[in-house]
Design a protein around this ligand. Sequence first.
Ligand code: NDP
Length: 313
Amino acid sequence: MSSTIEKAEVLIIGSGPAGYTAAIYTARAGLKPVLYQGIQPGGQLTITTEVENYPGYADGIQGPEMMTHFEKQATRMGADIRYGIATKVDFSKQPYKVEIDEEKWIESNAIIICTGASAKWLGIPSEQRLNGFGVSACAVCDGFFFKGKEVAIVGAGDTAAEEAIYLSKICSTVHMIVRRDAMRASKVMQERVLATPNIKIYWNSETDEILGDNKTEGVRIKNTLTNSTIDIAISGFFVAIGHQPNSKIFTGWIDMDDTGYIKTIPGSSKTSLAGIFAAGDVQDKIYRQAVTAAGSGCMAALDAERYLATLEH
Ligand code: NDP
């Protein structure tokens, strides 16, 4: 480790709604935050199209444009926003240290982790090709665009069940593709899915191909018991097979649940280590909305500010 380590009063890792909101609040509090944007500046919203449910945008806004607004606002407040990836951490003692781009270290007494989560994808070429053209990993974000149309959803956990029910209220039919003969979702969610007349379940089935050239027009499903395939005409294809929190570099330093989500003390952004805070999707597997991430970024900024004040006394 180099002897000339840069110091930041507050260090924010990640640049989704949580990270930028934490930057806006800490900058306004005069804490001169340094924010590293990470591998995907702007986060998951930069790969969505229209955002219609973020309050304040009466006419909706494109996800990438909204994140540009977040960044501009944080910069205007005085946050130091940098392109760079946190590659390693050393939280063994205060001040905590974070390695950036495997080449330099920066230290701080207050670190706000906002590294988000990434949707898991099936990994088939047509899914990648039609991403944003009918293929989505967020029913709450994009379901509305398929009002009155037929859609498919793949997955059978609580997220898929919840999203299938959500879609069933908007779309004419929801074709639910389940890879086993059982669902992983909680019993109550399974019952709700089964009781919804316009959700049609395909058991023991996998997605062979999403059909369409420039937009999603159908899906080819393969029954894994019989190897037979069927084509279904759909306009939207939703992938709900889970998310992966981007928390790997923090493993072993702070408490996480068994799927890698950072644990925060309920009602706060505090992690198991004093001075380390977490906000946004990296600590939230339930809500995962831009507005809830932004709200938790605000909480983390206020928690960090209070924590730093206690160090001064
Ligand atoms: P889960 O990991 O619980 O479920 C993923 C689902 O996707 C499983 O049914 C799995 O099938 C299926 N799957 C995984 N990979 C593939 C693939 N390649 N092809 C087809 N299917 C696949 O993820 P969730 O996002 O649903 O939930 C994550 C956590 O969040 C859970 O603990 C859940 O309970 C919680 N949650 C709670 C909510 C609530 O309380 N309201 C709402 C949403 C989530 P298989 O079963 O065969 O492995």
